[in-house]
Ligand binder design. Structure first.
Ligand SMILES: [Zn+2]
Length: 295
């Protein structure tokens, strides 16, 4: 057994993942991400995975994190915490509760006003940091009843965000193990390029609109969490640079038929409109709670 597989097995034993399937049975969501990308992975990735030199898995820690670690025997482990994936799910549910229309033009009766949604997500992130959560719900909020359609949308958005985070870490494996790099770019940018290229290769098998929504969601939530005081093992580069690059990349695909213009516009409206203000609001909420910080 490789050192990566050995350590991952021990970590999962110590912190069992919280992922559950529809029947309530335990499920490793990170292994699921690998399986959904598998048909489009470069051969070196599947070779590493099959030989055990690449171990991937979900670890049941509360703190949100996604990382790629290299071991002395040259094996690699990609680990995403259950807390991170659960948080994607909780925030996606709140986002879906506030949307006024879907990309196909369907008009919805939102359960939250834009202001309430921004406050609710900011409160959720702070309480998540302070570990005041019960079953994924912040103490000062009630759980929202989403229609089956919106529940599915929230679930797909959360899983697509996790998938992008996973694909980005695979890009780090490429950079470290296979020296996959492009002239004039950083390893962080190479990891994003790898992830984006992989998701393009997987389209239309994996809906490109949803992959793009997941990527933007993952980047924006990462920035919000950093503002809320979390520090990630994989620090990544600035949000503005990453978002601008991602949006530029997806715009070049608009005429390809792989992504609908309506979906593209809807994703930007929902994620930019609601998560950008959350990011700005978080430090202000902390100051309001601890007024001495203002002085
Ligand atoms: Zn990275």
């Amino acid at each position: 057994m490789s050192e990566a597989a050995d350590e991952l097995a021990n970590r999962r034993l110590e912190h069992p993942p919280s992922g559950r399937d529809t029947t309530g049975g335990p499920v490793d969501r990170v292994t699921g991400f690998y399986a959904s990308l598998e048909p489009n992975l470069p051969k070196w990735v599947s070779d590493m995975y099959q030989s055990g030199d690449l171990a991937v898995g979900e670890e049941g820690l509360h703190i949100p994190d996604a990382s790629c670690k290299i071991f002395p025997d040259d094996s690699h482990a990609i680990v995403i915490t259950s807390g991170y994936l659960d948080l994607f799910q909780a925030v996606a549910g709140d986002l879906c509760a506030g949307v006024t229309h879907l990309s196909d033009g369907t008009i919805l009766e939102p359960q939250l006003s834009p202001v309430d949604m921004v406050l609710r997500i900011a409160s959720l992130l702070r309480q998540f940091r302070d570990k005041f959560l019960i079953d994924g719900h912040a103490l000062d909020t009630y759980s929202l009843e989403l229609s089956p359609n919106l529940q599915r949308l929230a679930h797909n958005l959360a899983m697509a965000a996790g998938l992008f985070a996973f694909a980005h870490e695979l890009g780090h494996v490429g950079a470290k193990a296979k020296t996959v790099n492009n002239p004039g770019t950083s390893e962080e940018q190479d990891a994003d390029i790898f992830a984006f290229t992989l998701l393009l290769a997987a389209a239309p098998r994996l809906n490109l609109g949803m992959s793009y929504a997941g990527a933007l969601f993952s980047l924006r939530l990462h920035a919000c969490l950093e503002r809320a005081g979390f520090r990630f093992s994989d620090p990544s580069r600035s949000l503005q640079e990453r978002v601008a690059w991602l949006k530029g990349g997806i715009r070049t695909k608009l005429s390809s038929g792989l992504i609908e213009r309506n979906d593209f516009a809807w994703i930007e409206v929902v994620l930019d409109r609601f998560l950008a203000p959350v990011e700005k609001l978080l430090p202000a909420l902390d100051q309001a709670q601890n007024p001495q910080n203002i002085l």
